[in-house]
Design a protein around this ligand. Structure first.
Ligand code: PLP
Length: 436
C-alpha cells in the first residue's frame, strides 16, 4: 500500500526527465516548455537574475506589472509588517481593515472620476468578470433588464475568466475551449469608433449594457488608440446611455505618465479596472473603481446585496503592499520618469523598423511592440525572444507576431539604450538564421 510518507519521497529519475519540474506553466505548451525552464531567483530594479547567476534586463517588467522595479525594500517591509499584525480577514458584509480602507481612499483620489467607490479583487481577470456582473446588475436594478449586451474591441485582452474570455478579441484564446460564440458579447474593430455607433444603432441602445475598452491595447500587440478615438467612443456611449468600462490593468499606475491612461486621453469611464501596477506585482491585487453614477444605484435602500466578491477581496497584505507601492511611485517621482522613458522609447524604437524581418513598431506611453514579418517567417518572433534571452534581455511574444516592451520605470538611460540595441542585434541574428 502507498503510505503518505512514500508519496512525498522524490520520484525515481526514470519517472520523468530529470530537468523537468512539475510546474504546469500558464500560456505554454506542456510538451515544449518543461525542458527549457528559466528559473529566476532575484531582482533588482529593471534586472533579474537566474539560478545560474546570469543577470537579464527585464524588458517587460514581468507581465507588464513591475512598475517600480524589482527588489524594492519598502514594499517588502510593508508586506512583512502587515502579515505579522494581521495578514487578512474577510471584507464581506460590513467587515473592514485599515489597509483596504486607506487604499480605497487613495485610489478614489487618484481616479479620473469624482467620488467613486472601490471594489477589490485578487487580480485583473477577477476585475473584468466583476465589472461584467456589476454592469448587468446595474441595469437590472435600473429596471432595464434587456440591457445585457457587452461590446468590446477586436485585439482586446480582458483576462481569462469566463466573461473575460468571451469579451476579448484575440481569437486564438477562444478557439477550442467550448466557448460557443455568445450573442451577448459583440466585438467591433479596435480602431473604428463609427463601428461602435453602428452596432449600438443596430442592436438598439436599450439592448447595450456597456462598452469595454483597453485605452491602449496591450496583450493584443500594443496598439495606441487612433487620435480622438477614445473621446469619440466616450461620447457615443454617453449619448446612448451605454456604460463605459476602461480596462486599465496594463495602463494604470504610471504607464502613460499619468496615474491612469483615461486621464491621459481625456475620458472619464463609469468603471475603471485595475490590477498589476497597483502593487507592482509584489502581491496579487485587482479591483474596480466605480463612478458615483454607478454605485449610487447599488446604494439605494431597495437594491439589496451585490452578491459577488472573492475570499481575498480587500486582503490586508495586498492592500498594504499597494499603499507602499503608491508611496514609492510618488516619492521616487516615477510617473515623471515613465513619461521621460516613454519619450525616449518613441525616439529609439522606430529605428528598429528599418531592420530586415521587422514589419512595424508601435509605442504609446512606456509600452512598445516590435511587429515581425511572420508571413515570410512564422518562427521569427520566438527565435528573436530566444536570441534576446541569450544576449541578456528577457521579453516575450504577444499576439503571435510582436515582441513586447514595457520596462520598469526605474530603468536607467543606459539600460534603455542597451535594451533597444540588444533587441536590434537579436532581430538581426534571428533573421539571418533563416536567410543564411
Ligand atoms: N485585463 C487586461 C487588459 C490585461 O492585460 C490582463 C492581464 O494581462 C487582465 C485583464 C487579466 O489580469 P490577470 O492576469 O491579473 O487576471
Amino acid at each position: 500500500t502507498t503510505t503518505s510518507s512514500s508519496r512525498i519521497s522524490p520520484p525515481a529519475a526514470a519517472d520523468r526527465p530529470p530537468a523537468a519540474s512539475r510546474l504546469w506553466h500558464p500560456f505554454s505548451s506542456l510538451g515544449g516548455t518543461r525542458a527549457s525552464e528559466l528559473t529566476l531567483v532575484e531582482g533588482k530594479g529593471a534586472r533579474v537574475r537566474d539560478k545560474d547567476g546570469n543577470w537579464y534586463l527585464d524588458a517587460t517588467a514581468a507581465l507588464w506589472y513591475a512598475n517600480v522595479g524589482h527588489g524594492q525594500a519598502p514594499i517588502a517591509d510593508a508586506i512583512a509588517e502587515q502579515a505579522r499584525r494581521l495578514a487578512a480577514y474577510s471584507t464581506f458584509g460590513d467587515m473592514s481593515n485599515p489597509a483596504a480602507a486607506a487604499l480605497a481612499e487613495q485610489l478614489a483620489d487618484l481616479a479620473p472620476s469624482a467620488d467613486p467607490m472601490v471594489f477589490f479583487t485578487s487580480g485583473g481577470s477577477d476585475a473584468v468578470d466583476t465589472a461584467v456582473k456589476m454592469v448587468r446588475r446595474f441595469w437590472t436594478l435600473r429596471g432595464e433588464i434587456d440591457r445585457s449586451v457587452i461590446i468590446s474591441r477586436g485585439l482586446s485582452y480582458h483576462g481569462m475568466h469566463g466573461h473575460g474570455t468571451s469579451l476579448a478579441g484575440i481569437a486564438a484564446n477562444n478557439a477550442g475551449y467550448g466557448m460557443a460564440p455568445d450573442p451577448e458579447f459583440v466585438r467591433v474593430p479596435h480602431d473604428d469608433a463609427g463601428a461602435l455607433r453602428r452596432v449600438i444603432d443596430e442592436l438598439g441602445p436599450s439592448r447595450v449594457a456597456a462598452f469595454f475598452v483597453e485605452p491602449i491595447i496591450g496583450a493584443g500587440g500594443v496598439y495606441p488608440p487612433p487620435p480622438g478615438y477614445l473621446t469619440e467612443v466616450a461620447q457615443i456611449c454617453r449619448s446612448a446611455g451605454v456604460l463605459l468600462v476602461a480596462d486599465e490593468v496594463v495602463t494604470g499606475f504610471g504607464r502613460t505618465g499619468d496615474w491612469f491612461a483615461s486621464a491621459s486621453y481625456g475620458i472619464e469611464p463609469d468603471l475603471l479596472l485595475f490590477a498589476k501596477g497597483v502593487t507592482s506585482g509584489y502581491v496579487p491585487l485587482g479591483g474596480v473603481i466605480a463612478d458615483r453614477g454607478v454605485w449610487e444605484v447599488f446604494a439605494d435602500a431597495t437594491a439589496g446585496a451585490f452578491r459577488h466578491g472573492y475570499t481575498y477581496s480587500g486582503h490586508a497584505v495586498a492592500c498594504a503592499a499597494a499603499l507602499a507601492n503608491l508611496r514609492l511611485l510618488v516619492e521616487q517621482d516615477l510617473l515623471a520618469r515613465a513619461a521621460v522613458l516613454a519619450e525616449e522609447l518613441a525616439v529609439r524604437l522606430p529605428r528598429l523598423a528599418e531592420l530586415p524581418g521587422v514589419r512595424e513598431v508601435r509605442c504609446a506611453g512606456l509600452l512598445g511592440a516590435i511587429a515581425l514579418d511572420t508571413v515570410r517567417d512564422p518562427a521569427l518572433p520566438e527565435r528573436v525572444v530566444r536570441q534576446a534571452r541569450a544576449a541578456g534581455v528577457l521579453t516575450r511574444v504577444i499576439n503571435g507576431d510582436s515582441v513586447q516592451l514595457s520596462p520598469a520605470f526605474v530603468l536607467t538611460d543606459e539600460q534603455l539604450g542597451q535594451l533597444v540595441d540588444r533587441l536590434a542585434e537579436a532581430i538581426t541574428a534571428a533573421d539571418s538564421v533563416r536567410t543564411g
